[in-house]
Design a binder for this molecule. Structure first.
Ligand SMILES: *Cc1c(COP(=O)(O)O)cnc(C)c1O
Length: 463
């Protein structure tokens, strides 16, 4: 398998070349030159596999520059009951006939980002070891991504993590998750500013090309193809659990922000997985919903990006969205480049109509919807869900079809977003065993000013 850019650069690269890179040199995102097709016999063969075996089969279709036995061992070490809590790894939780949650949030940080990040940690360690290189990951987080990255990279050889977060602005639980890590290669930096300040520092440091090269600065952001690929696996796993024969279709609803998760669903569907619909659910930050309804893509500025009770979806520029548009427009890199050169664009009517062939539909949800959906789900089915999953469930109900099971991806556990659960139900969500007293553990964090120079000095003196 080879990979090309969405913006017209047709230089073909291999998996391990793009693994450690961010954007393609022309500013585009990497995509496989074609989608491997999974036929009926293969689907039948996959019915009996464990999650790790299934992951190996799917990853092997896209990774041909890691020896099969090495890849198999890496995947087997990653998707274990010990790390993800159940032998199924992503079990379905049935709410009623034809409606289920797919549990993706039982990894170490209680959000679905662990599904991909845990694999990325293993792949980074493997490839850096093979090359005899090191990497210093610099990132900014307001919550889920930073903790998932730290738990994936902790103790890994050849990798250091420098994670910036806005001082005093994450929930006590989120702070405790990150700051309680005592691993020598994990560096928490609490910046006395807001999230945007943290992100600006990351940009400033990355734009200093001499510094970047000298200190081998890298990222783990959601445009990384390996992260997306890891997420393709649980669409297959969900379909396999929900069906008995290969002619049965299912629909997925995906609480969306950067469009990484649902883009993996698109890839699975393009490979031939029988997916009837991919339902994109947003919160009040509805850039994606507007696009799917109208064909009009309109990035919002910071002032028009709302802070909501499903904060991991508070995104106004969906960084993976370009991948789908590339496929929608027949892989016309020049046209993609022209469109994404602007903060907004409008598809032609014919192009907009073409979306239906890819199975996409969309909807949006509000704080009041989240609260009432959390309440309804608890009262009707005894299932406690988090705010992001509630956005998904609310929109999923708009698109149910009689003979098509609807699977809503559970993207986080309620323990992470306790205050809205208390608002909806008057009860504290339970915490997984071992995390009851996480706030009282010793913390390892350095508080620093909004000053890119100071952060550079800190990195230089800690590698
Ligand atoms: C990151 C995240 C999302 C959004 O996923 P994307 O891949 O960015 O669309 C939804 N819910 C939770 C809990 C998240 O952490």
């Amino acid at each position: 398998m080879r990979y090309v850019s969405t913006r017209g650069d047709r230089t073909e690269r291999r998996f391990c070349d793009i693994l450690l890179e961010g954007l393609a040199p022309d500013g585009g995102l990497y995509m496989p030159v074609s989608y491997p097709q999974v036929d009926d016999a293969t689907l039948t063969k996959w019915r009996g596999l464990s999650y790790a075996e299934l992951a190996f089969e799917i990853l092997s279709l896209y990774i041909d520059d890691i020896p099969a036995e090495d890849l198999r061992a890496l995947v087997n070490r990653t998707y274990t009951e010990k790390v993800f809590g159940t032998p199924e790894i992503t079990p379905l939780k049935t709410l009623e006939p034809g409606l289920a949650l797919e549990a993706l949030s039982n990894g170490p940080t209680l959000a679905f980002k662990d599904m991909a990040m845990q694999l990325l940690g293993g792949l980074f360690e493997y490839e850096l070891g093979r090359r005899g290189e090191t990497l210093n990951i610099l990132g900014a987080t307001s919550g889920d991504t930073g903790s998932a990255a730290e738990y994936a990279m902790r103790g890994k050889a050849g990798v250091n993590v420098f994670m910036l977060s806005p001082h005093g602005r994450m929930s006590p639980f989120q702070q405790a998750q990150m700051f309680s890590l005592q691993d020598a290669n994990i560096h928490n930096i609490a910046v006395t500013g807001v999230f945007d300040d943290c992100q600006d520092i990351v940009k400033a440091v990355s734009n200093d090309l001499d510094f970047k090269r000298k200190y081998k600065i890298g990222t783990v952001n959601s445009i990384n193809w390996a992260r997306l690929l890891a997420q393709v696996v649980y669409y297959f796993a969900g379909w396999l659990q929900a069906t008995k024969t290969n002619d049965e279709k299912v629909a997925f609803t995906v609480p969306s922000g950067n469009f990484g998760n649902v883009c993996a669903g698109h890839v699975a569907r393009m490979m031939g997985l029988p997916i009837e619909k991919l339902v994109v659910a947003t919160n009040e930050n509805d850039v994606l919903d507007e696009f799917f309804r109208t064909g009009h893509y309109r990035v919002r500025g910071a002032a028009d990006t709302f802070e909501t009770s499903s904060p991991s979806m508070d995104i106004s520029k969906a960084s993976n969205f370009e991948r789908f548009v590339f496929d929608l427009l027949g892989r016309d890199g020049a046209r993609v480049k022209a469109l994404f050169g602007n903060a907004e664009f409008k598809l032609t009517e014919a192009e907009h109509a073409h979306i239906a062939q890819f199975g996409f539909v969309s909807g949006a949800s509000t704080h009041a919807d989240r609260v009432s959906t959390i309440r309804w789900c608890y009262e009707a089915f005894g299932q406690l869900i988090d705010t992001h999953t509630a956005d998904g469930l609310k929109v999923a109900l708009q698109y149910r079809q009689a003979d098509v099971p609807m699977l809503v991806l559970e993207t986080a556990l309620p323990a992470k977003f306790a205050s809205t659960i208390v608002e909806a139900l008057g009860i504290e969500p339970p915490r997984p065993a071992g995390l009851e007293h996480i706030e009282s553990l010793p913390k390892r964090v350095t508080v620093m000013p909004v000053d890119a120079g100071a952060i550079k000095d800190f990195i230089a003196s800690h590698v």
